[in-house]
Design a binder for this molecule. Structure first.
Ligand code: AMP
Length: 479
């Protein structure tokens, strides 16, 4: 039996969790479920991967069940707003799964697909509605859905919702929901805009913050390669020769670039596809499914399209382009190292992106290790100001500590009160000290820019040497 009963959850819900193999509540679940069962409002600072979906869905389903809420035509009783269709679908699927032993129905609606099926579902009725803001407003304007019976209103990934320009839509939806309701707002970050939205929507909320950012960072081995822009695609082909890269999410800044990179990978023999906002919903779903099942080795995505993707076993994240927002970097690398696994993130940084890297390092409070022994790394491009930092580490760049923390190790902070400045990076200092992969003299600066095959051979040689060094316990050796 799992530990969820102690939180006050009823048997049909704990049974579903049992079947799913959930043994222990994650910190956000332990903090949120009892409070939400009492009907309180909640402000949660948490991102995908913390178990926040179950944290709000389980009490919602239980309260609807206990209130004996019946599905009514056009009039849902609980509304979950999500910024993207992918996230909306995932939440809907979670509802169906957690509520599979209870008679509670859920509908999901989002844009980019025809309306009639969604209208039909709304007419048939459901207690829970999961929606993206744009399509919801469209359907409200056509009187296909009414929000006057909503008792619980959840805003998920509020920061992303605002980033995507949905602030007015969200406010319109909120205005259509009865004032007397339970409101929950989740956000990975808490900038001023989200705080003021929360202030307007929530009433004396419980405040729960979990800090997965630091735990993800600890589990993900992060490295950066300095490379000229025009060499990135060749570099990617070279990097992909590593067999350890079994399932990789490649991030690009633009939709166009995502397509180009996916085509390039495909041509070089790596099964790949792209997802971004210009693809149809079914094309995105197809690509995601193929990636999930292992038919594709690489999925190339833009930030927005990748938002909310929860694919197990992503071994690597490659930042083909560095994001200009540090938070996106944290979200991206959080796609790997799921469920307590380790993961790797490799970033390609060209001359114009060095400022982005600096901002990222400041935000994550650690220096990203330079992949200096990679044949394509261009040492000359590394910023001069990185030099003293690397030397201080004892000859090697500092590597984030990899403590192997699982979800259970997330810290909940500041329960029951609001943050003053919102954003928190925890109290983490720099992770670990230099693992000293040999001093500069050990690094093979001479080998750069060559075609894929020699690169693969060099990589294989280096990997073999590294493995040998690791096993010999005599400290790292030069390849
Ligand atoms: P979420 O943060 O809601 O996107 O959840 C991230 C992943 O963790 C999902 O794949 C969930 O199925 C899984 N998960 C959520 N809660 C638990 C738990 N208590 N034990 C094990 N897995 C969980």
């Amino acid at each position: 039996m799992n530990d969820f009963k102690g939180l006050g959850l009823i048997e049909p819900l704990t049974r579903a969790l049992d079947r799913d193999g959930y043994e222990k509540p994650t910190p956000i679940q332990a903090g949120a479920i009892p409070v939400l069962l009492k009907g309180r409002d909640l402000l949660g600072v948490a991102q995908t991967g913390t178990g926040k979906t179950a944290a709000f869905v389980l009490p919602m389903v239980q309260r609807l069940h206990e209130a004996n809420a019946k599905p009514a035509r056009k009039c849902p009783r609980a509304l979950i707003l999500a910024p993207t269709r992918e996230l909306a679908l995932q939440i809907h699927e979670s509802v169906l799964s957690y509520a599979r032993f209870i008679d509670i129905r859920s509908i999901v609606i989002f844009g980019g697909v025809p309306m009639p099926k969604q209208i039909k579902a709304l007419n048939a009725g459901a207690q829970i509605l999961v929606a993206t803001p744009g399509r919801l407003l469209d359907l409200m304007n056509q009187d296909k859905v009414r929000l006057n019976k909503i008792e619980t209103f959840v805003l998920d990934e509020a920061d992303r919702m605002l980033d995507m320009g949905f602030v007015h839509d969200v406010k319109k939806v909120a205005a259509a929901v009865p004032e007397k309701r339970q409101t929950l707002l989740f956000s990975a970050t808490m900038p001023g805009s989200v705080r003021s939205l929360a202030d307007g929507l929530l009433t004396e909320p419980e405040y729960i913050e979990v800090t997965p950012q630091s735990t993800t960072q600890e589990r993900v081995e992060q490295r950066v390669l300095f490379v000229p822009k025009n060499k990135k695609r060749t570099l990617l082909t070279g990097v992909m020769q590593d067999d350890a890269i079994t399932k990789v999410l490649v991030f690009t800044r633009t939709k166009h670039s995502a397509d180009r990179v996916a085509r390039h990978l495909d041509k070089s023999g790596v099964r790949a596809d792209a997802i971004h906002g210009n693809k149809t919903q079914s094309a995105r779903q197809r690509a995601l499914k193929a990636f999930s099942s292992g038919k594709l080795r690489a999925l190339v995505a833009t930030d927005i399209a990748a938002r909310g993707i929860d694919v197990d076993g992503v071994s690597h994240v490659i930042n083909f382009d560095l994001p200009n927002e540090p938070e996106s970097y944290v979200h991206r690398i959080g796609r790997t190292a799921r469920g307590g696994e380790d993961g790797q993130a490799i970033s390609f940084c060209d001359a114009e992106e060095r400022g982005y890297l600096r901002a990222i390092e400041k935000a994550i409070q650690q220096a990203v290790e330079v992949f200096a022994d990679h044949p394509f790394h261009d040492e000359a491009m590394a910023e001069p100001e990185r030099e003293p930092e690397r030397r201080r580490g004892g000859g090697g760049p500092r590597r984030p500590k990899r403590a192997g923390h699982g979800a259970q190790n997330q810290q909940t902070k500041g329960k029951g009160h609001r943050p003053k400045d919102g954003k928190s990076h925890g109290d983490k200092g720099h992770g670990g000290h230099g693992h000293g992969k040999g001093g500069a003299a050990d690094k093979n600066h001479g080998q750069k820019r060559t075609n894929a095959k020699p690169v693969a051979q060099k990589l294989a040689k280096k990997k073999a040497a590294k493995r040998k060094a690791k096993h010999s316990r005599g400290g790292p050796r030069a390849a």
